[in-house]
Design a protein. Sequence first.
Length: 281
Amino acid sequence: MKKLSQLGFVALATLLHAPLDAQEKNQPADFVTVWPGILPIILAAPHGGRQGIPGVAARRGIGVPQFTVERDNNTAELAERVAGKINERLAAKPFLVIARFDRKSIDANRAESAAYESANGKPYYDAYHQALEAASHKIRQSWNAGLLLDIHGQGAAVDTIFRGTDNGRSVSALERSFGREAISGPKSILGRLAAKGYKIEPDGAANDSERRYTGGYTTRTYGSHRGSRIDAIQLEFGTHLRSRNNLEHTANDLAEAIEIFAKAYLPLAESRARESAVGQP
């Protein structure tokens, strides 16, 4: 994975937020939402996009296992709301990366060889992953450790949240430092959500294997087992939990759980000290 400097991240974020009159329409930057953060937390949503891309054909999936073009409805909205609520709770923004392009054209949670079938799709796919790489690099540079939450949706169990960590591999640094408590204990994200009444699979009991969802390309690529020092968790939210009627409630509870986890397991003290130093003359 290519390393990006802090200046490179700022340049990328500036490009992705540049006004439309400064860009040609339908550029890759128009299809990815990026927040540069000041917390060691990344929220990502690869499958909630609704925008078609002119000149990028719909995927047919020939030879691609577990092929789908279905949108994970309201996952982009969920990620954005959670990011805003974390900002309110911790007075600092997490990093946020959302694919706005439709999954029919590009699947950002696949390896490049299976992500798109039109060569015109490459710049859009690259824009999404360059943003994730830049955020990851910034976190390693500034905090040495962090967390990536990959937000997804599933319809198999409409009131359940499934965890995906490649059966613990993508959170190996977190477990080495703090034990299983950080994955499923009372101050973990999923442990806190379970305490509030959410059904979590796996539930942290003795049989803790991830039978249904083990995490996809993002967790396998950016997780701490790759030496990234960033622990990655795929969260699969059931249909009811991300319905319009429940979206605000789910976002509130997830943001609270992330706040509790962050204070227990992430280097937030260093974030505060650095932020204060920046503001001094």
